[in-house]
Design a protein around this ligand. Structure first.
Ligand SMILES: C[S@@+](CC[C@H](N)C(=O)[O-])C[C@H]1O[C@@H](n2cnc3c(N)ncnc32)[C@H](O)[C@@H]1O
Length: 269
């Protein structure tokens, strides 16, 4: 079971994690190229508010979305024409999936494996519900060029970590996610008898963000790694971060868009 309750993120999730027009359509095209047939039956693990799944549903694909957060999924239907009726279910994807064996051509999970404790169970369940020629696609957003200099707003996250460390907060509460890498996933898939390849599915540009915007987001507790901080620590750290923005940040209002990539581990069993 995840320790994070995304119901908290519902009001601002789309505003902070949304894509420019066309990005999720291009992702659908990429997924369909991975599938073994022209009309794949697909399961999205952790569909959230539908930022990834909407183009599949709108195109009338045979598509089921599951998520542990009912609140996140409630945001999907209002984005669709009233005639569309998305197939959704509230499911913990690290538990037994409520689907028969050999049901899907594709199972895919975007921006969620880094949050899971029991990601191995999710892989074994995906394997069970996949058809023999099916594929599991696990996607995280990464920077395509590890050597490129980070955008100015990355300073906000560095400063935040420095402030928290100075207040005695351990790295486990500061780090975002479980640190799972594509290599670890691919090695695990091979170790259990599957085939795995790592592939960049598409590149895209995020919306431009400034340090000021990022500080505002931190202050509104929009980052999941802050949800478990004690209120007293969070408030004091926020004050320090705001002081740094006003007094020491040289690029407070310079908005920069980061180039990112949908990096996938594609597994077949
Ligand atoms: C960062 S959001 C990603 C949502 C969507 N895939 C996207 O890319 O916009 C993470 C989602 O994973 C869901 N989630 C986290 N742990 C889960 C679990 N164990 N089972 C099902 N859903 C989970 C959260 O409720 C949230 O909707």
């Amino acid at each position: 079971m995840t320790t994070l309750n995304y119901d908290e993120a519902v009001p601002y999730y789309d505003e902070t994690r949304g894509f420019r027009p066309g990005v999720s359509q291009r992702y659908r095209d990429a997924v369909r190229r991975v599938a073994a047939n022209d009309s794949p039956r697909a399961l999205e693990l952790a569909i959230g508010t539908g930022l990834i799944g909407l183009p599949f549903i709108a195109a009338g694909d045979d598509y089921i979305g599951v998520d542990v957060s009912h609140g996140m999924m409630q945001r999907i239907a209002p984005k669709l024409p009233s005639s569309a009726s998305p197939s959704l279910a509230q499911v913990d994807i690290t538990d037994t999936l409520p689907f028969a064996a050999d049901s899907f051509d594709i199972t895919h999970a975007v921006r969620v494996f880094h949050l899971l404790h029991d990601w191995r169970r999710c892989i074994s369940e995906s394997r069970r519900v996949l058809k023999p020629d099916g594929a599991l696609i696990i996607v995280e957003m990464r920077t395509p060029d590890e050597t490129a200099s980070p955008p100015p707003w990355a300073l906000v996250h560095h400063k935040w970590a420095e402030i928290l460390r100075g207040m005695g907060i351990g790295d486990d509460s500061i780090r975002h996610g479980n640190g799972l890498t594509e290599a670890t996933l691919a090695n695990h898939i091979r170790a259990i008898g599957g085939r795995a390849k790592i592939q960049d599915l598409l590149r895209y540009d995020e919306f431009p963000v400034s340090c000021r915007t990022m500080v505002e987001r931190r202050a509104k507790r929009m980052f999941s790694n802050d949800w478990s901080l004690p209120d007293r620590v969070f408030t004091a750290a926020t004050r320090q971060l705001q002081r740094w923005l006003e007094q020491d940040c040289a690029f407070a209002d310079q908005a920069v868009a980061r180039r990112m990539v949908f990096r996938a581990v594609i597994a077949r069993f």
